[in-house]
Design a protein around this ligand. Sequence first.
Ligand SMILES: NC(=O)c1ccc[n+]([C@@H]2O[C@H](COP(=O)([O-])OP(=O)(O)OC[C@H]3O[C@@H](n4cnc5c(N)ncnc54)[C@H](OP(=O)(O)O)[C@@H]3O)[C@@H](O)[C@H]2O)c1
Length: 305
Amino acid sequence: MGSTDRIILVLGATGQQGGSVTAALRAEGWAVRALVRNPATDKAGALDASGIELVSGDLADPASLRAAMRGAYGVFSVQPSSGQGAAYGVSDEDEIRWGKDVATAAGESGVQHLVYSSTNAAGPERSGMGHFDSKSEIESYIRTLDVRSTVIRPSALMEMLLPGLGLAEGCVTFFMRPDQPMQFIAAADIGKVVARIFASPETFRSRTIEIAGDAVTGGQVGQAFTRAAGRPIGYQRFPDSLLESDRFLGRLANLVDEGRLAGHADLAALRQEFPGLLTLEQWLVEPGKAAFRAALQAGGDLALR
Ligand SMILES: NC(=O)c1ccc[n+]([C@@H]2O[C@H](COP(=O)([O-])OP(=O)(O)OC[C@H]3O[C@@H](n4cnc5c(N)ncnc54)[C@H](OP(=O)(O)O)[C@@H]3O)[C@@H](O)[C@H]2O)c1
């Protein structure tokens, strides 16, 4: 735990990952600057009210990235992706260009440490999913640059388990089979990991770290949800008919079966380096409790991306 007045520019600070990183960096005493598209939104206003410096900018505008990085010690880089659904309007080409532009701007702006958030499905072999292969390409580009960098590869977020079909009706539905383990991380832990990385830059220089807090089978998710809800919650994999008719969901399920998306993080080693990573049970107590309760009431849809 150290106190510093050095500035970290956080991208996506109004979102899940950037929001987590912003909170964790602030808690460790860093000065956080958030790049926002629209300072007038409620989420941007909440950042402003909590003492975060806001700068207007857009991933699609490299000049705004360079301006936002002026005087910054570090940058946390995350991009939206096509995996978040067509409504989001981001193509794989957008994501790749934006991720590379952030890294280029960091190199040109004298930034001393770039932390890039990728995915645990990234790697040298193509996955066949655009929003995973995009991140592999951004990772490779970052490694060619003369800037100190660290890549984190988060597993699926625990938050992703909530909008599945039928939680309000007593059943959680996701990609793994009932007896198949899959790794997950709490969104809140991404920030804690990133804060630790910025605090020990040389320890994490040039490293690529797959991060997760727990590995649970579908059946174990049902059991944990049952305990947290105080009533029976079953577990089922998405129906085969859906996985066959929806190519996107079907390919994700295949990648879980092949192991690539199930996660390979060494949880014991991670706990040594990043103490306090949350298990699913712990996340359901806090910080996931409110979202879990809301999902139990509201039911869900297939907004899984
Ligand atoms: N969900 C998972 O399990 C998981 C796991 C590993 C990796 N990922 C990856 O995580 C990424 C998404 O991260 P997230 O969940 O933190 O996203 P999120 O909650 O949807 O937030 C997206 C953030 O990006 C900002 N943004 C969007 N377009 C922008 C633009 N053109 N210029 C500047 N900022 C822009 C948004 O700001 P506004 O307030 O302006 O909208 C928001 O702050 C995706 O690449 C996804 O593939 C997800």
